[in-house]
Each structure stands twice: as C-alpha cells, then as structure tokens.
Design a protein around this ligand. Structure first.
Ligand SMILES: *Cc1c(COP(=O)(O)O)cnc(C)c1O
Length: 961
C-alpha cells in the first residue's frame, strides 16, 4: 500500500491552499480554457520581459496559521500594556462586547465595500447616518459627514474648508497653542504647499489676528474648557471662520461649539468604543454649517427615495469628491474610516444619551475629586476642566518614575508639569493610585465625593438635549442591540455572502487568522504616545513588515504612516517635492497624469501645490507615449513627476513602462507609480526595479486588510533610497526607524505609524504565504481574470487587452454597444446583478459605460462560474430586448433590483413574469438575497439633501399618503 509522505501531508496545512480559491485541478482546467500549460507560462505570456523580476522574493518560507499566530503572539508579548492617562486625543474606553464581536470581529461588517451600490448597502449607511446624526447633535451643528481619517487630518480639512468658504481676504490660518501637537504637526505639513500661512499663538491672540479662519481646541490639549464666545464674535466680525477641534464625550456636559459660534467642528470618535491601537484606526468626524455642505470633504450619506417612493440611503453630493471632480475636488479622501465610525455610532446607540452622560459625568467626577485631593495637598492643578488635569510645579521626572513603577503612563509636558487624562475605564483604584504618585492619600472617596464640586465652568454647562432620535433610545438591552446589528447586516452584501469583483479595489479574502491579532490587548491597548520601552513588539512587527514590503516592491524604504491610499499618494508626492527642493529645483511643479488615472491622483497632486497636466491614452488603453514625450518636453523645466498606475487602470501591462520612466527622468522628473494594482505584481515584478521612484501600496487591497465598508486602510509610501530622507517624520523626535524621514517632510497622519493596530493583518498574510505563496497568488489572480474574460468573450467585449490578447488581473467589459442597441446601461446591469445576489463590478471607472471586473485569487472556480452564469443570463435578457421578446422600457434590467415587497405584491404591473424578476436562475430558489429597497433615486437625493436620521413617520407607506 502506498503511503502519502509526511512532507505532502504537511503541505496540505498550508494557508495558501485556503487563501487561493481554485485548487490544483481547477487551475489546470482553467489554464486549458485560457490556452496555457502552466501558471508560469501564462505569466510569461502576460508580463513584459522588460519588467519581469529575476529570482523569487527573498522572504522566509510560508508558515501555517497556527505557527504564524504563535510567532506573532510572541512578538505581541514584547509590548507592555500600562494604564495610560496620557490623553492628548486618545482615551481609554470599553469596547462594548456586543459591538466587539458583532461588528469589529464580524465579516458582515468588516468585509463590506464602500457603499457606492446603494441598494445593497442600506445597513451600513443607516449606521453611518446614525454616526452623522450623533456628530451633528453633540457638536450642535447642522450637518456632519460619514468620517474622516483622524483628528489631525480633520483639522487640516477644516483649514481648507475654511479657506474655500471664508469671505476674509487674508492668507493666514490661526491655530491656537491649545490644539493637540499632532494636529499642529499635520497642519504645518498641509498648509505649506498650499501657500497658507499658519500663525500659532495663544487663544487671546486669535481675536486680534487677521485670518481667514482660526482653529481652537475645546477642551484644549491640556484639558482647559475655555470660553471662546468673544473670540468667535471677533473672528466673525472680520469675516473669518471659526473651526473647533473637540471631544464628543465632553460635549455631553459642556455647551456645544455650535451654540457659541463655531462654523466647522472636527474631532475623533476614538473614545466611543474604539481602542487606542497605538494610534489608529479611529474615525474622525467633521460637522459644519449647512451652508458649507457642498464644499465639505469626505463622504456624506443622504436620504433619498427608491423607485417605490420609500426612504432609502445613498452617498450624496458626490460631485464634491475626487472621483468626479479630480484636482478640483474638496479633498483627496476616498477610503475613510467607516468600520470605526460604525463602531462609534453603535456605542452611542448602545449607551444612549443618558448612558453617555453618565459615563462623562463619572469621568468628570473622578477628575474633579483627584484635582481636589491634589490641591489639598498643595499640588497645583488647573481649573475649569472636563477630564484632564494639568498639574504644574512638580518634579515631572520623579513623578514619571513613580508612575512607571506603578505601570502608569502620564502625559509628558515639561520638567515641572504633567498631564493626567481620565476616561471611561477609570476606577476608584486608579484615582487612589494616581494621587499616590504625588504622595497624596485620597482617603474615603465617597466622603470626598460629597464635598467636591464639579469643575466645569458654570457658564459653559450644556443645557440643550441631544440624541433624541429613537435609534439612540431603543437598543439598550443586549438582545435589542444584537438584533439591530443583525438586521442592518442582513440588508447588505459583503464578502461573507458573495464575491465583490471590483476592479482596482482588490476585494480578496480577509482571512480570520489575519484578523485575530488586531484585538489582542497587547496591540489594541497601547497609547500612541506610550514610552518606546512599552512597544518593542510593535517596533519589531513594524520593522519586519517594512522589510517585507521593501522586498515585494523593490524600493528601499517604506513609511507606514499614511492611513489610506490617497494619503500615501500625498506622502509620496511630498517626498518628490522635498527632493526637488533639496537640489535647488523647488520650481518643479508640473505633475503629468494619464487621463485614465484614479481621481485621488490629481486631487493629491493639487494638495502638494502641483499643476496637473493630463496626458492621453492610445487606442489600446496604453499611455500614449508620444503624447507623454511631448508633455515632458514642453514642461521640461517644470516637470516634477509623472503619476502612472501599473498595470494600468485599463487592466493591461503596458510594454513601454521602462521607456516611460526614462523619458520622465530625462526631463528631471520623478516617477510615481500608483500601487493600487500591486496584486498583479507581487512576486512577478518590482516597480522599484524597473525605474519607478515611489509608490503607495494599498494594504487594504493587495495585503488583506478588509475594506470595512469604506475604511480603515493603510497606504504605505515606498521609495527609492534618494527619497527616503523625505518620508514623513515621527511625532516624537527620538523615534528613528528605516521608514521614518529625517524631519524635512512633516507628518501626514496624527500618529507615527498611522493605523498601527491593523498592520498585523498584512504581517500575518505575508508570513503565512511566504515568497512562493505570494507569487502563486498573483498568478492565480491573473488566471482568474483571464478565465472570466475568456468565458464572457462570446457575450461581452473586453475593452482592452495586452500582449497575446490577455488581460492583467482585471478586465473591462464594454457595455456601450449594448446601450446603443437596446437602451440597457452598465448601471442597469450592475443593478440586475443584485437580483442574482452579486455585488456589481466597478461601474464606469476608468471608462464610462463599462464594468471593470477583478476577481482576485481568492475566488474559487465555483464562484467565478456562478458570476459568469449570472452575467450570461443577463446578456440573454439584453438579447431578448434586442429581438423584442422583452419590452424595451419594461424589462427586468430597467426595474432591477426587485424587492420582496414588489415581487409579492398582489398587483404585478410589469410586462415580464415575477419569476424572472426574482429567480432568473433556478439556483436562486435555494438561497436568495432580497434587496431592502428598489433602485435608489440619485437625482432626488441630490436635490433634497438630508443627512440625518429619518424621522419615524417618514416610514409611513407612501401609498397611504
Ligand atoms: C483605491 C485606489 C486609490 C486610493 O486609495 P484609498 O485608500 O481609497 O485612498 C488610488 N489609486 C487607485 C488606482 C486605486 O484603485
């Protein structure tokens, strides 16, 4: 009897067998279909010789799930979790367990995509509209967006919104010294290329400074709750705008900025149930006056109606955004922080207004009692605070030493003062321990409680109500919240139900083993300003991940600071800008961008003060090299950079990329390669080796961080050695690792390593795949895309192909001829796919009227076939329209998607059968996704902008109205 060898038995435990969808037999079958003998032969036929990497990736061999988790566990254990009372924008919080398990650890939420397809995203959009309502209510403003990347970048967005909206002629933006240091650091970075002059001064100077806007912090970074009413009036009197960075928990007790004159309010929602995570990810927010809504940055959820006249959510006012307005957009934000915004909104749903107020009051009481006890013992503590004490006149070093022995972190301010920020997690024992650091015994806390007054300035106590909508006053038992979360998740299509074949977005598997470490306390509970001795594990994991990414890309250094792809672009272009300046060529300001580029490219270039020059694409979808050459020659003196996506957004490997790099270099420019399509390259070719100077990667695409419904993300900026000094700097000066710049470029995110707590996901992925696994993933991604293109070829034309008639890792299906013939649009096909239970491919990007399909390596042949079958059935319906078997106006494509309510109504008004509407394929009878709303009306939504929770009576049946 032949026995299987131990080696082969072990091989079957390999993670890559689980990550990659098709098995060996299916791969062989699919290769036959596309006409190649092996994955290597297919790769050779697709990838140009000029860029092919020689030799495999120098990475360790693959590691099993069990071993990788054990290895990372040992690294995590090198972190030391102290009690952190540092504050400065990051506070302890209890993640409600029902939210931890059912949102953060639930693929129904974390694998969802940005809600462009409104009908299959109603659940997460309801959660986001709750978020917007929460932020608007608590700040006292009229409208709020659906999250920004972090508080520091939100401050920068407030600055540019103020500049767009202010009537004052001044070029100055005044920033209070009371603003958090990391926000000031990012403001400095962002102001300079835009020619904005930052003036940083004491609050009192704000009233007297000629400025288009001012930024105040309330409570300020040292905890003081200041009365800014007079300042706001003075600024307004000069035509300037008042932006305020604030703390939502404090606003449950103190007068909201909207009641004392703020025009724009930003902040972080971290302390609403999202752990420190060593700096991120957390959701920031922006609220503002209604008058500014068309100029606001970031995504905005609005209420519209569906085809049946019922309320339905959608992304509203998208014409502000980079994907439509490009370099004229209100910001470059694409990926934001949806998953974290959903968590924060549910924290408010869970606790409700009374619960939040209780948490805030308890925190405040502890702070007031601690302050009182310290003062009684002769320690000086500032007055008029919410949760943060500014202790002065002490030997700070000695206090920090005592604290360290008690495993406590306090904020380092200077030699004679320290900061102590209390929070939801603070206990009586903490108050006692904190007092002891100053040699003070607090005694009987209840007795202290009885004699200590609140420490809030009486004139600023909040009197107005908030969070009165029923959603914040209903789901307070665990069963209620559990079922609410389930109800919302069930409305949505995420990757736990179907492939999401979104070209350019790489919706691949987010494996459970990759997610598990994110919530380990050793990663989750480290404050971003904890002393370096407490995060040796983070340092090791970060340095290892940087080295892995360097190996995968062929660059020399990687910054993990950018917390989205667009932020990575910004960091990369800043590095190019600083490099030119360092060589006396600061005048180089032209950025060439092919017309097929993603909207973030021109938007990021604009933020760096560059002038965008668009170059053409040729008939095959490639960069038109002659047009590029002409532009490079024309702007030779001013050429700063070319931004090119590779393989192109047209889904092909351009043959001329090496020559393109040479042309740009010959004219003194730098080559920026948008790395969103790295999934076609890892283990096959390295941009850093074929002549590119810098790329951003999307760890939330190629390296398995889930999309979270529109964030979080990590957009590392990878550069050749000559650009490495110009990577973003660290917040704390003594931090030096290979991925931190020398200080000449500022910070682009609030924390040194941006969204640090999700980096273990990519570390796990690369560790478990190893060099061979990563290469195989790329090859199967190429195979899957070509298999789909091939199977669909008799039905849909693929717009562009590269050498040998093959596509890269995605293919663009051209529906424009069908529209001319039958009136069916690409959007109709996208909506009809919902009736089959599929999320549509990328719609009308990079070419209007097309669908871009990217299956990724993680989809099995079974799932690919299911998708192909749906697309073929849809094609048959289009044929039926063409030859008159289905009506040109009343057909299942035009009216898709079909809700259960429509299909089951006693009256059926359509010229096609109900069965065809609901069950176009027999397999759907076994399992059917029912969209909760019919097609959402975009025009109505943009005309009637409404961005807060729907009043309950709006749900009355429109038929009864
Ligand atoms: C996704 C993407 C980006 C932007 O990344 P975000 O993380 O969403 O900011 C940029 N370029 C291309 C080609 C992309 O596909």
């Amino acid at each position: 009897m032949s026995r299987e060898s131990l080696r082969s038995l072990e091989h079957h435990d390999a993670f890559l067998e689980r990550h990659i969808g098709p098995n060996d037999a299916e791969i062989a079958q699919m290769l036959r279909e596309v006409g190649h003998d092996s994955l290597d032969a297919l790769t050779a036929a697709i990838v140009p010789d000029s860029i092919k990497a020689t030799g495999g990736l120098a990475l360790p061999p693959p590691v099993s799930e069990v071993d990788a988790l054990a290895k990372l566990r040992r690294i995590a254990e090198r972190n030391e979790v102290f009690r952190s009372f540092i504050g400065q924008g990051y506070y302890g919080t209890h993640v409600p367990n029902v939210i931890l398990r059912n949102i953060l650890e639930n693929p129904a939420w974390y694998t969802a995509y940005t809600p462009y397809q409104a009908e299959i995203s109603q659940g997460r959009m309801e959660a986001l509209i709750n978020f917007q309502t929460m932020c608007a209510d608590l700040t006292g403003m009229e409208i709020a967006n659906a999250s920004l990347l972090d508080e520091a970048t939100a401050c920068a967005e407030a600055m540019t919104l103020a500049r767009r909206s202010s009537k004052a002629k001044s070029n100055v933006f005044f920033v209070s010294r009371g603003v958090h240091p990391q926000s000031i650091a990012v403001l400095r970075t962002r102001a300079e290329p835009l020619g904005i002059e930052l003036v940083i001064g004491d609050d009192a100077e704000a009233a007297g400074t000629e400025a288009f806007g001012v930024l105040l912090q309330y409570p300020d970074t040292f905890g003081a709750v200041n009365d800014y009413r007079a300042v706001a009036e003075a600024v307004h009197a000069r035509g300037g705008l008042v932006a305020v960075a604030t703390d939502l928990l404090a606003l449950t007790l103190i007068a909201p900025p909207g009641e004392w004159g703020a025009d724009i309010v930003v902040g972080s929602t971290q302390r609403f149930g999202v752990p420190f995570g060593f700096g991120g990810p957390h959701a920031a927010f922006m609220a503002c006056r209604d008058a500014f809504k068309r100029s606001m940055p970031g995504r905005l959820i609005g209420v519209s109606i569906d085809a049946e006249g019922r309320p339905a959510y959608r992304l509203t006012l998208q014409t502000r955004e980079q994907h439509i307005r490009r370099e004229k957009a209100t910001s470059n934000i694409c990926t934001a922080q949806v998953l974290l915004a959903v968590m924060a909104s549910m924290y408010a749903v869970w606790h409700g207004p009374d619960g939040l107020k209780r948490i805030a009051t308890r925190t405040h009481r502890y702070a007031a009692m601690l302050a009182h006890a310290l003062r009684e013992a002769g320690v000086a503590v500032g007055d008029g605070f919410f949760d943060t004490l500014h202790v002065t006149g002490v030997d700070a070093e000695q206090i920090h030493n005592y604290a360290s022995r008690a495993r406590i972190n306090l904020r380092k301010i200077d030699a004679t003062s320290v900061g102590i920020a209390l929070d939801e997690t603070t206990t009586r024992a903490d108050v006692e321990a904190l007092a002891r650091l100053f040699g003070v015994a607090v005694g009987d806390l209840d007795a202290l409680d009885a004699r200590v007054d609140d420490a809030l300035p009486p004139a600023l106590v909040r009197r107005s109500p908030y969070l009165q909508h029923p959603v914040f006053n209903t789901h307070h038992s665990e069963h209620e919240l559990l079922r609410y979360l389930r109800t919302l998740a069930d409305k949505d299509l995420a990757m736990d139900r179907t492939m999401i074949p979104l070209g350019s977005c790489t919706m691949k598997l987010n494996a459970t083993a990759e997610m598990i470490p994110v919530t380990w306390p050793e990663f989750a509970n480290i404050h971003p300003l904890a002393p370096a001795s407490q995060w040796s594990g983070y340092r090791q994991m970060i340095e290892e991940l940087e080295a892995m990414l360097v190996e995968c890309t062929g660059y020399d250094a990687v910054s993990l600071q950018p917390n989205s792809g667009a932020q990575g672009e910004y960091a990369g272009l800043l590095a190019i800008r600083a490099y030119h300046a360092s060589r006396g060529e600061a005048h180089r300001d032209v950025c060439l961008i092919p017309d097929s580029a993603h909207g973030t490219n021109p938007a990021s270039a604009q933020m760096c003060g560059m002038t965008v020059v668009v170059t053409k694409t040729d008939a095959n979808g490639n960069v038109d090299v002659e047009d590029l050459r002409r532009a490079a020659e024309k702007y030779s003196d001013r050429l700063a950079a070319l931004m090119v996506t590779y393989p192109s957004t047209h889904g092909v490997f351009e043959e001329d990329i090496v020559e393109i790099c040479e042309i740009v270099h010959a004219h003194g420019g730098q080559v920026y390669t948008d790395g969103a399509n790295m999934n076609a390259l890892v283990g096959v070719a390295k941009p850093g080796k074929w002549g590119s100077d810098v790329s951003h990667l999307n760890l939330h695409k190629t390296f398995c961080i889930p999309h979270g419904g529109g964030g979080p993300g990590v957009g590392p900026c990878a550069v050749k050695a000559h650009l490495a000094p110009f990577l973003p700097r660290a917040l704390v000066d003594d931090v030096r690792t290979p991925g931190v710049g020398d200080g000449s470029t500022g910070m682009v995110s609030a924390a040194t390593w941006g969204s640090a707590s999700i980096l273990p996901i990519s570390w796990m992925y690369i560790t478990m795949m190893g060099a061979a696994g990563l290469r195989r993933a790329t090859q199967v991604a190429l195979l899957n895309a070509n298999y789909i293109a091939k199977r669909l070829a008799p039905h849909y034309a693929t717009l562009y192909t590269g050498r040998n008639g093959l596509v890269a890792h995605e293919c663009i299906l051209d529906l424009r001829p069908l529209k001319d013939e039958t009136g069916v649009s690409a959007e109709d096909v996208a909506k009809r796919l919902i009736d089959f239970g599929f999320h549509a491919p990328t719609l009308s990007f990079p070419v209007a009227g097309t669908l871009m399909v990217e299956p990724t390596e993680s989809e099995s042949k079974h799932e690919l076939d299911r998708f192909v079958d749906a697309m073929i059935q849809i094609r048959d319906e289009i044929r039926a329209i063409a030859d008159g078997r289905l009506d040109r106006d009343d057909n299942p494509l035009r009216h898709a998607p079909h809700t259960a309510a429509v299909v089951s109504a006693s009256e059926w008004k359509h010229a096609y059968p109900r069965e065809l509407a609901a069950f176009p394929l027999p397999s759907l009878r076994q399992g059917k996704y029912w969209p909760p709303v019919a097609r959402v009306d975009n025009v109505y939504g943009d005309k009637n902008v409404m961005c807060a929770c729907i009043p309950i009576d709006a749900y009355a049946d429109p038929a009864d109205a």
